[in-house]
Write a protein that binds this ligand. Structure first.
Ligand code: SF4
Length: 224
């Protein structure tokens, strides 16, 4: 039987939330945001924009190069666009990312007194910032509860049968209803790590999965 958490765990075997997260913590590898040096809300914000549709390794490298040259919102706000293009190029979609990063830096400097907001509502008004990016800032930047749903979080939550959703935004809403708030901050980091190493998109490594007994493997047609 699950421990009383105030909310019911809907996993297949009803493993207590605390046990589930204890097992998952043992598997944690390194994500770009989880291992970021000199982490601040602004750096998390910019790095998450850089991370859109690119690999973690590239995000870390490009973010380090950007902050190595422009280490404040004001400096990025004044940076020449072609210089931002050069730095961001390897991350893909660099023109759009450069435009968004400079525009949001200008807003932070000129309209927000240099302070990155810590609410979903305010963050999603910034250019290039959707719910996932905003949740990352709240989560990794401020250490406040939010569930950042990327492709890994979306896929694993559905395979576990925690949720039955087609779109990450719906997954976010569904997870917020069932996962106790004290686990929100670590959920993204754990699932992103797990999704890259074990619960991979095409062929998950179920034989070495630490929560295999508690997973319904919804939609999994082949596994290792
Ligand atoms: S059992 Fe397989 S599908 Fe389920 S979480 Fe583990 S690796 Fe993913």
């Amino acid at each position: 039987m699950p421990k009383k958490t105030g909310m019911k765990n809907t996993t297949a075997s009803r493993i207590p939330w605390s046990d589930f997260f204890r097992r998952m913590r043992k598997t944690r590898s390194n994500t770009a945001l989880g291992t970021m040096k000199k982490r601040s809300p602004f750096r998390v914000l910019v790095s998450t924009v850089i991370s859109q549709r690119t690999r973690d390794e590239t995000t870390s490298k490009v973010s380090a190069a950007l902050f190595g040259k422009y280490d404040t919102p004001a400096k990025i706000a004044d940076a020449p666009l072609n210089e931002l293009h050069r730095i961001l190029k390897s991350s893909g979609f660099y023109r759009q990312k450069a435009k968004h990063i400079r525009a949001l830096s200008r807003i932070v400097v000129s309209e927000l007194g240099g302070v990155v907001p810590d609410t979903m509502e305010e963050l999603t008004k910034l250019p290039g910032v959707g719910r996932k990016t905003a949740a990352c800032v709240i989560n990794y930047g401020f250490g406040k509860p939010a569930i950042a749903v990327d492709t890994h979080v979306h896929r694993i939550s559905n395979r576990l049968d925690w949720v039955r959703t087609k779109h990450p935004d719906k997954t976010e809403q569904a997870l917020m209803k069932i996962v106790p708030k004290r686990y929100w901050v670590e959920l993204n980091d754990l699932f992103v790590s797990y999704g890259k190493v074990t619960c991979q998109p095409r062929t998950p490594k179920c034989s070495e999965c630490v929560v295999v007994k508690h997973c319904r493997k919804v939609g999994v047609t082949q596994s290792k």
